[in-house]
Design a protein around this ligand. Structure first.
Ligand SMILES: NC(=O)c1ccc[n+]([C@@H]2O[C@H](COP(=O)([O-])OP(=O)(O)OC[C@H]3O[C@@H](n4cnc5c(N)ncnc54)[C@H](O)[C@@H]3O)[C@@H](O)[C@H]2O)c1
Length: 242
């Protein structure tokens, strides 16, 4: 058994095949956790890593997670709910089905995660980390459902912290512009303006969010619960007009 921050811990990570989720998986493994990686996309298992292909908006996926955690590992210590989907359109153009889907994947999935895994997390004295977004704090045209879901995650995280504490800690990370597949299809000018709006003057890397998630998932944050951590290179700190 290693001596990493998550030694002897079992963690589930969603949206694990790409971007921030993939970086969290790598960091958790480096910190000696055993990981259940969930994604709709297929992934390869390797030592310490078990994969589940499924939709986080489907309770059946979460029942498989809970069953696997119990039968394979006998415990679950860390739950990182991170998968998301986004459809850009103003409310008057956004199809009802696209609203429902974004709320289901981005917000309901966190409820389903705790609905199915709360017992395991309580037994282990676990930690939950939700991935919200700076879209929860500021408005941007064309993202009503995504912003509403991400805002809801902040309230849900606080609520779950109160509901399941002190046994289980629950916190929420709010990434800013992090260069992942989610930025594919976003033009050069929009990218340049996003970077220019940060204090850091660059995109964030997935591993920089993974570092924050690992902190909140580990005993390093043992007195932190029911709160948020913005990881945005200072994007929300800047007021760039008079
Ligand atoms: N990249 C950014 O700039 C940024 C900014 C703020 C917040 N975030 C948040 O960070 C998280 C990760 O984003 P990312 O940039 O790494 O995205 P990404 O597109 O690189 O990865 C998302 C992963 O989620 C999976 N996924 C999507 N829907 C799913 C579902 N229903 N069930 C299971 N898996 C599903 C995808 O297959 C993909 O592997 C998301 O919650 C996103 O909203 C990202």
């Amino acid at each position: 058994m290693g001596r990493g921050l998550l030694s002897e811990k079992v963690a589930v990570v969603t949206g694990a095949a790409s971007g921030i989720g993939a970086a969290v998986v790598e960091r958790f493994l480096a910190e000696d956790a055993r990981v259940i990686a969930v994604d709709m996309a297929g992934q390869s298992a390797r030592p310490g890593l078990v994969t589940i292909t499924g939709d986080v908006a489907d309770v059946a996926t979460w029942r498989r997670v809970a069953d696997l955690a119990r039968t394979e590992f006998g415990r679950l210590d860390v739950l990182h709910s991170n998968a998301s989907t986004s459809v850009g359109a103003p409310a008057h153009e956004l199809a009802e089905a696209d609203w429902d889907r974004q709320l289901a994947v981005n917000l309901k999935a966190a409820y389903l995660a705790v609905h199915t895994c709360a017992g395991l997390l309580r037994e282990s004295g676990g930690a939950v980390v939700l991935t919200s977004s700076v879209h929860a704090l500021v408005g941007m045209p064309g993202h009503p459902a995504y912003a509403a879901a991400k805002g809801g995650l902040i309230s849900l995280g606080r609520q779950l912290a109160v509901e399941y504490g002190p046994a289980v800690r629950v916190n929420t990370v709010l990434p800013g512009p992090i260069l992942t597949a989610a930025w594919e299809g976003i033009g050069e000018e929009d990218r340049r303006r996003s970077v220019a709006s940060t204090v850091a003057a660059r995109f964030g890397r997935p591993d920089e969010v993974a570092a924050a998630v690992t902190f909140l998932a580990s005993a390093e944050s043992s007195y932190i619960t029911g709160t948020t951590l913005v990881v945005d290179g200072g994007w929300t700190a800047v007021k760039d007009s008079a």
